[in-house]
Design a protein around this ligand. Structure first.
Ligand code: 13P
Ligand code: SF4
Length: 303
């Protein structure tokens, strides 16, 4: 049954010249039909470079919107239209304007986990993989960072001399990790490195052996001689690490680290979305033009 569905999706992809992009937090079965699997930065680069006619985005709304902004001539489909990101929804254009008005003249950096209308009013965008580099390359003594207060504060801590004024958004999944969880993990797994995503609370990041984006965590494991790790991020990352490194051992710091939005998409949804070309992303052209400038600025400063 599952094999049959996978074959049907693969046939449809060929027929329609479509690609499937999947974020690492997706149900792992999605990887079987995905052309590219990765973090937000990698997937946005793939969306920009592909010559497919249709992009099926197995992720959440802001990711599919980013793909549409970067490939406006392509049809971008989100298999579950209700798959949003709670953090991205914590700030809208009105709240952003107020935040900017409180800090006149300070450049605004938005995390890619934001809506197109928010990106449209920011100077540059970043992902967790390149946040440090983008803020550094902006060469400004002060920046506004939104919506994620914790990623922003982590960036400030790494960069001496840049004041990062953050908005009050956060990821409810990463904030489930408490400082006590770090202490317990140390007791349970002494001498095992704890790898933490920068969306975690700063009291958690402060206890980490390594803080990095999804990609950076996976790279750390790939290049490390260690055979065991504690992982403090969404459980999809651990599923993939276990699959890709069967000789290494992984402990998810807490079982509840599941982003329900990311897990909404099943293989059946990919099939339906592609067959019926449904849940197409459409954006207001004026907003899209401004938002794309914000993303392109990120690619410019990423070098
Ligand atoms: P990455 O930038 O690491 O892909 O993270 C995206 C995200 O939504 C984290 O919660
Ligand atoms: Fe948004 Fe958090 Fe889910 Fe990432 S894990 S998509 S930031 S709610």
């Amino acid at each position: 049954m599952k094999e049959e569905l996978i074959e049907k999706i693969k046939d449809l992809k060929k027929q329609k010249n479509a690609v499937v992009l999947a974020h690492c937090y997706q149900n792992i079965e999605i990887d079987e039909v995905a052309d590219f699997v990765g973090d937000s930065l990698y997937l946005s680069q793939m969306a920009k470079d592909t010559d497919a006619d249709i992009i099926v985005f197995a992720g959440v709304t802001f990711m599919a919107e980013t793909a549409k902004l970067l490939s406006p001539e392509k049809k971008v489909l989100l298999p579950k239209k209700e798959a949003g990101c709670q953090m991205a929804d914590m700030i809208d254009a009105q709240a952003l304007r107020k935040f900017k008005a409180e800090h006149p003249g300070v450049p605004a950096v938005c995390y890619v986990n934001s809506t197109a209308e928010v990106k449209a009013e920011c100077d540059v965008c970043c992902t967790s993989s390149n946040a440090l580099k983008i803020v550094k390359n902006l060469n400004s003594p002060e920046v506004l960072f939104l919506p994620d207060t914790y990623l922003g504060k982590w960036v400030e801590k790494q960069l001496e001399g840049v004041k990062v004024t953050t908005y009050s958004g956060f990821c409810p999944i990463h904030l489930l990790i408490k400082p006590e969880d770090m202490q317990n993990a140390r007791k349970l797994h002494p001498n095992v490195k704890i790898l933490v995503h920068p969306e975690c609370h700063f009291d958690v990041s402060a206890q980490a052996d390594f803080v990095g984006s999804t990609k950076a965590i996976m790279e750390f494991v790939r290049t490390s001689d260690d055979k065991e790790f504690v992982i403090a991020t969404e459980n999809g990352v651990v599923d993939r690490l276990m699959r890709d490194y069967p000789d290494k051992k992984f402990h998810l710091i807490k079982d509840s680290l599941v982003c329900e939005s990311m897990k909404m998409i099943k293989l059946e949804d990919i099939y339906k979305s592609l067959a019926n070309e449904e849940h197409e992303i459409t954006l207001d052209p004026e907003i899209a033009q401004k938002a794309v400038n914000c993303i392109n600025k990120m690619f410019e400063l990423n070098n």
